[in-house]
Design a protein around this ligand. Structure first.
Ligand code: XMP
Length: 504
């Protein structure tokens, strides 16, 4: 593998993703990870990431003792390069001005740039610069503002770049990283087929003859995990899909149709009555979430007892949830909705988490190979509490039914107009607002539906999607014509912050 030591750059994850896209398995570890921890990963190369520090800061982060004595190639990126140069006896200076943005390399060469031709645009973001080279190093690239833009010490196999090869604004950065992989002699076999084989072997080794329980949400992670486990252990897997009555139109049938024919031992539980009874008259959003969480565990527990005993609980935890990085998210900061926590003592299972090392796009690639239909594979996220938090206030079967039809028109419309994949998430909301309208010759007094679509990378912040007016007009017409309980449609033009993506 290639080990990336994280010194706190916002781009560290991108380095890992780029290397994986190039077919090399890579892991992110905290900058100060011990030599022992790094050796566990059998490193063939080490990348020192960028970061906000200066090598002169008190407590500037650095690799643990012994790490740089390993006989493997090392690539320092930005701060990582400054660290390499400084540590080897070179000089780093706080440059007069900060270089930020695109820069053209005025000259480049050497091993990292081998085979690269034409102009090389590099994305810069630094204020310190290497001003004096350490012994054994040579400059292999420069820009107008930064004479020392890339360095190498061929004998010691140490390399450094001041720019960020991992971002899209460095279009030829991928070739540079590929050259580094060649220098490392790193295997380039990290592709979906290989990953599936490895995961299947891993699951079989862990599970043995044990029985595994999996909760299916209908989203891409748990569905893909269901398919993988079915291949790995067949009937020893029991997948439980709880229909809480808060699903979208036709969703239950779609999930069944996607998984059962591919051999997933799927049990669908109709728990609609219990959920509706528990939510009766409840209008506070957090209260709704709590009740749904509690009812979910109750239903899941009951199925576990009915179909058990089980030795393992499978979860679709992904790598971004477990990365131990300089940001200090901690090893097990798993989002609560990923975690079927709160199960009673006699139902404590060992965890099976085959996707712990994978990014979302890798799971999607596996999903394609495992045969998960496109409409589930590329689906927007859907919250665990489902339509309950989009049907504002107290819910009822009738209001859920209205929302379901509005949502279906909107989402189908986005797909029809080719706009779905351009949005990160799209949803319909049923508001409790009733307002006056006119339909034909009749005065109406009906509900207002809201449509929301956002673009985001991480769902922590989001922009409202600039959907074409023509499309919104068509949606509005279709909704009021087909859903008689609605006489007004509004589009949410608020970002996050200050709003959230969901309305409750
Ligand atoms: P907000 O509304 O907080 O949503 O901007 C951010 C993302 O999280 C999803 N979300 C949830 N997912 N259980 C979930 O599983 C929840 O209670 C929940 N609340 C929000 C939301 O759909 C969006 O993708």
């Amino acid at each position: 593998s290639v080990v990336i030591l994280d010194f706190g750059s916002q781009f560290t994850r991108l380095i890992a993703r780029r290397l994986r896209e190039l077919g090399a398995y890579s892991v992110i570890l905290p900058g100060a990870a011990s030599l022992e921890r790094i050796l566990q990963e059998k490193p063939q190369g080490i990348v020192l990431s960028g970061g906000p520090s200066s090598v002169y800061d008190a407590g500037a982060p650095k690799p643990a003792p012994g790490v740089l004595d390993l006989d493997v190639p090392v690539l320092g990126v930005c701060y990582g390069m400054q660290f390499l140069a400084h540590e080897a006896g070179g000089d780093v200076k706080r440059a007069g001005k900060r270089e930020y943005g695109k820069a053209d390399l005025t000259r480049y060469g050497g091993q990292l740039f081998e085979g690269i031709q034409g102009e090389f645009v590099a994305w810069m973001s630094h204020s310190d610069s290497v001003t004096q080279l350490p012994a054994g190093y040579e400059v292999v690239a420069e820009t107008e503002d930064t004479p020392v833009t890339a360095i190498e010490n061929r004998a010691a196999r140490r390399y450094g770049v001041q720019f960020h090869p991992e971002v899209v604004h460095t279009p030829k950065g991928g070739q540079l990283l590929a050259n580094f992989l060649t220098i490392c002699g790193a295997a380039r076999d990290w592709n979906a087929e290989h990953i599936i084989e490895e995961l299947i072997d891993g699951v079989r080794a862990q599970v043995g003859d044990g029985r595994v329980l999996l909760a299916i949400s209908g989203g891409v992670d748990s569905s893909t995990l269901g398919l993988l486990l079915a291949r790995a252990i067949g009937e020893k897997l029991t997948a439980v899909f709880i229909d809480h009555g808060l699903l979208r139109l036709g969703e239950r049938e779609q999930v069944e149709a996607a998984l059962k024919p591919l051999g997933v031992n799927l049990i669908t539980v109709d728990a609609r009555t219990e959920f509706m009874a528990a939510l009766d008259g409840v209008s506070d959003p957090e209260e709704k979430r709590k009740i749904i969480g509690r009812e979910f565990i109750r239903a899941f527990e009951r199925e576990a007892r009915t179909h058990g005993p089980f030795d393992f609980l499978a979860q679709g935890t992904l790598y971004p949830d477990v990365i131990e990085s300089a940001g200090g998210e901690g090893a097990a900061n798993i989002k609560s909705h990923h975690n079927v926590g709160g199960l009673p003592d006699d139902l404590q299972f060992k965890l099976v988490e085959p996707f712990r090392t994978l990014f979302k796009d890798e799971v999607r690639a596996l999903a394609a190979l495992l045969g998960l239909p496109e409409h589930i594979r590329m689906r927007h996220p859907f919250p665990g509490p489902g339509l309950a938090i989009r049907c504002l206030g107290a819910i009822s079967e009738d209001r859920l039914d209205i929302l379901r039809r509005v949502d279906d028109i909107f989402i189908s419309g986005l797909r029809e107009f080719g706009l779905y994949d351009g949005c990160s998430q799209a949803l319909a909301i049923l508001t409790p607002i009733q307002s006056v309208g006119v339909m034909g010759d009749e005065r109406t007094y009906s509900y207002t539906a809201a449509l929301r679509a956002v673009t985001t990378d991480d769902f922590m912040t989001a922009e409202w999607a600039r959907l074409p007016y023509e499309f919104l007009a068509t949606m509005s017409n279709r909704i009021v014509n087909q859903v008689h309980e609605i006489n007004r449609v509004v589009y949410d033009i608020t970002g996050k912050p200050p709003a959230t993506i969901e309305w409750e």
